[in-house]
Design a protein around this ligand. Structure first.
Ligand SMILES: [Zn+2]
Length: 299
């Protein structure tokens, strides 16, 4: 073989090596990060992204935050948004304590608002943001999420939309089953701590008579306790629902004075990052409601 031909062939080899991707990098798609504002939205996103490769999910609020009513962004939280594809929001005002700062600091970050188009209830002139606790509205949120995410990940559009439609339909079926299971308690009153459950009660055909307006980390005043006791007595011992992790002496006082046990409803703001977590928590809530409302009927 002539020397010039050899030189040509070796040069050609170098060129081919340069233009061909290395085997170790081939097929390794760039990973993107999708950030969710808090727990329930994350569970919805997990379902939306089933079988979608190359997407890492992050939750903005650290575990244990609960609702985001007073949540303030720390530098570490903002860092989670560096290079993120988008931030998925509950919307309806849930993120209002930090959204103005966030949109100032990360002006170009796309936002997916799960509450788009959902009619809101108001409490004292303010929108109540706890929409995810109605399985029917959760389905609408999931469809909004699918719509937003599929536009940002067009190569996975079909998978995402199939996932969100299937999950949304299963949430609607869950809502129907729960409502049917509670049909004999239609219109019954319940009292809750924290204004988390009006959408849930509405979906279940129940009525939140009152919310003892105390956030999980606050201590209710003696006057508020006395008012709650008299409210429960007046409504014939309608059940009072606290939340998991709330350890208030006030709850024992109320239970003692009314003779009605205090039950727990899960607002589904914390838990395992399991795609079935929302559905499982809802079944548990249903069992709690049936126990509490049956006990009231027997008193
Ligand atoms: Zn809340």
């Amino acid at each position: 073989m002539k020397k010039s031909l050899l030189r040509f062939l070796s040069a050609l080899t170098v060129c081919l090596l340069l233009i061909m991707p290395l085997p170790s990098l081939a097929g390794e798609a760039q990973e993107v990060t999708v950030v969710c504002s808090f727990y329930p939205v994350r569970i919805f996103a997990q379902n939306a992204l089933k079988d979608v490769p190359g997407v890492r999910l992050e939750t903005l609020a650290p575990a244990g935050t609960g609702c985001l009513h007073d949540f303030q962004l720390m530098t570490g939280d903002l860092k989670k948004l560096d290079g993120a594809l988008c931030l998925i929001l509950n919307g309806a005002g849930m993120e209002q304590s930090f959204l103005p700062l966030l949109t100032r600091e990360r002006a170009n970050l796309p936002l997916v608002d799960c509450s788009a188009g959902i009619p809101l209830m108001t409490e004292g002139g303010e929108d109540n943001p706890h929409i995810w606790l109605s399985p029917f509205l959760a389905a609408a949120m999931v469809r909004n999420l699918g719509d937003g995410l599929s536009k940002l990940l067009p190569e996975h559009r079909e998978t995402i939309l199939n996932n969100t439609e299937a999950y949304a339909a299963s949430l609607e079926a869950l809502g129907e089953e729960m409502r049917a299971a509670l049909s004999s308690f239609e219109g019954k009153n319940i009292v809750t701590f924290h204004e988390a459950f009006p959408y849930f009660a509405d979906a279940m055909g129940l009525n939140v008579l009152a919310s003892v307006t105390v956030e999980p980390d606050e201590t209710p005043s003696p006057r508020l306790i006395a008012e709650t006791v008299s409210l429960i007595q007046k409504c014939g011992g309608c059940p009072l629902f606290s939340e998991p992790g709330v350890q208030l002496d006030a709850l024992n006082t109320i239970a003692r004075e009314t003779g009605c046990p205090v039950y727990e409803l899960d607002p589904i703001t914390d838990g395992a990052n399991d795609p079935d977590a929302y559905v499982q928590a809802m079944w548990k809530n249903l069992n709690t409601l049936i126990t509490a409302l049956s006990a009231q009927a027997e008193r």
